[in-house]
Write a protein that binds this ligand. Structure first.
Ligand code: NAP
Ligand code: ZN
Ligand code: ZN
Length: 349
C-alpha cells in the first residue's frame, strides 16, 4: 500500500483541505504513478458542490492526471518505472459489452468506473482522484504521455483535450468546416486550438468581451460577444457545427439558429440545472440536430495525445499549489480562468 497525501472535500459547502489515505498495492496489471500535475476541471467543482446530486463524501477530485511510473505489476508490458503516464476520467469499465469492445468505454453498458466518486471494486470504497500524490490504475486505462510536450500543460488534455477532440472528429470537422465554440474556459480553449489544427474556420461565442484577443491567439478566426444581438445577427444559418462548452444554463435557441441546414449543436457542458428546452421549430425548419458527447474512449484519448504531440498542442495553464485550490474554484465560477488551472502536486510531498 502507498501512503497518499491528497486534498478532499467533506461536504458540499466545506472547502477542500488536506486528507490522507492508502492506495492499493499494484496488482499484476496495475501501475503505481507518482502524480506530478493534475488539471482542475469544472466537473470537479460541480461534483464537490454536489450539483449533479450524486457526490459521496469525502471526495478527492481530479481527472487530468500526469506523472511518473514508480512501480509496475508482474504482467505490465506497456510501462516501466521512470516512464511518463496519464490518467483521465475513467479507471475501468466492464471491457466486454459492445461499447467497450468498440473502444467507447465511456459509454459502457454497465457504467464506466470514474477516476473519482465511483465504487472502487478493489477497496470496496469509493475511487479517489488526482488531487493526490499517487494513483494506482490498471495499465489498460493508463495513457502514454508524449515526451516533447510541456508536462503541466499536457495534464488538461486528459479531459478538456479528449472531450473536445472526440466530437470535433466524430462530426468530421476539417478544412472547409465552419465551426462555432461556445465559452472560452478549459474545454473551450482546447476546442479552439484543435478546430484550428483541423483546418476549420472557427468562431468563438463568449460572454466575456475581454477574452477576444486571447481567443484569436488560441486559434479563433472570429470572436462574437453572445450577449450582443447585433453581433450575433450576421451568423444566422452560417455554421456547420457548434461545440457548446458553457458550464451554466443558457438559451440554446441563440446558437441553434446559427446552424445551416443539417448542422449540429453538440453540448458538452453539463450545468447544474440543465438548459431550458429549445424551440422545436428552430430544429425542424432546417433539419438541425441537438446532440451531446461524453469525453472519449481510451484508444481515441491516445490518438488525441499523439495528435497534440505532432502539432505541439498543450493547454494554456495557470500553475497553482494545491493550497490555492479553493481560490481557483472561486475564480472558475466567475469565468476567470486563463485557461486551465493545473495543480503542482510537488507542493503536497
Ligand atoms: P470552465 O473552464 O469554467 O469554462 C466554462 C466557460 O463557459 C466559461 O469560461 C465561460 O466562458 C462560459 N460560460 C460561463 N457561463 C456562461 C453562460 N451563462 N452562458 C454562456 N457561456 C458561459 O469549465 P470547463 O472545465 O471548460 O467545463 C465546462 C463544462 O463542461 C462543465 O459543465 C463541465 O462539467 C463540462 N464537462 C463535460 C465533459 C463531457 O464529457 N461532456 C467533460 C468535461 C467537462 P466565456 O467567459 O467565454 O463566456
Ligand atoms: Zn473533466
Ligand atoms: Zn462495457
Amino acid at each position: 500500500m502507498t501512503s497518499t497525501h491528497a486534498y478532499a472535500a467533506h461536504g458540499a459547502t466545506t472547502p477542500l483541505g488536506p486528507f490522507s489515505f492508502n492506495r492499493r498495492s499494484p496488482g499484476p496489471n496495475d501501475v503505481l504513478i507518482g502524480i506530478r500535475y493534475c488539471g482542475v476541471c469544472h466537473s470537479d467543482l460541480h461534483m464537490v458542490k454536489n450539483e449533479w446530486g450524486q457526490t459521496i463524501y469525502p471526495i478527492v477530485p481530479g481527472h487530468e492526471i500526469v506523472g511518473e511510473i514508480l512501480e509496475v505489476g508482474s504482467s505490465v508490458r506497456a510501462f516501466k518505472p521512470g516512464d511518463l503516464a496519464g490518467v483521465g476520467c475513467m479507471v475501468d469499465s466492464c471491457r466486454t459489452c459492445p461499447e467497450c469492445k468498440d473502444g467507447q468505454e465511456q459509454y459502457c453498458e454497465k457504467g464506466m468506473i470514474l477516476t473519482y466518486n465511483s465504487p472502487d471494486r478493489h477497496t470496496g470504497g469509493i475511487t479517489y482522484g488526482g488531487y493526490a500524490t499517487h494513483i494506482v490504475v490498471d495499465q489498460a486505462f493508463a495513457l502514454r504521455v508524449p515526451l516533447n510536450l510541456d508536462l503541466a500543460g499536457t495534464a488538461p488534455l486528459l479531459c478538456a483535450g479528449i472531450t473536445t477532440y472526440s466530437p470535433l472528429r466524430h462530426w468530421g470537422v476539417g478544412k472547409g468546416s465552419r465551426v462555432g465554440v461556445v465559452g472560452l474556459g478549459g474545454l473551450g480553449h482546447m476546442a479552439l486550438k484543435l478546430a484550428h489544427a483541423f483546418g476549420a474556420h472557427t468562431t468563438l461565442f463568449t460572454t466575456s468581451a475581454g477574452k477576444a484577443e486571447d481567443a484569436r491567439r488560441l486559434g479563433a478566426d472570429a470572436v462574437v460577444v453572445s450577449k450582443n444581438a447585433e453581433e450575433m445577427k450576421p451568423y444566422a444559418n452560417s455554421l456547420d457545427f457548434i461545440l457548446d462548452t458553457a458550464g451554466a444554463s443558457h438559451n440554446l435557441d441563440l446558437y441553434l439558429q446559427l446552424l445551416k441546414r443539417d448542422g449540429t449543436l453538440c453540448l458538452v457542458g453539463l450545468p447544474e440545472h440543465g438548459h431550458p428546452s429549445p424551440n422545436i421549430g428552430t430544429l425542424i425548419h432546417k433539419r438541425r440536430r441537438l446532440a451531446g458527447s461524453l469525453i472519449g474512449g481510451i484508444r481515441e484519448t491516445q490518438e488525441m495525445l499523439d495528435f497534440c504531440a505532432a502539432h505541439n498542442i498543450v493547454s494554456d495553464i495557470e500553475l497553482i499549489p494545491i493550497q490555492k485550490i479553493n481560490e481557483a474554484y472561486e475564480r472558475m465560477l466567475k469565468s476567470d480562468v486563463r485557461y486551465r488551472f493545473v495543480i503542482d502536486l510537488g507542493t503536497l510531498r
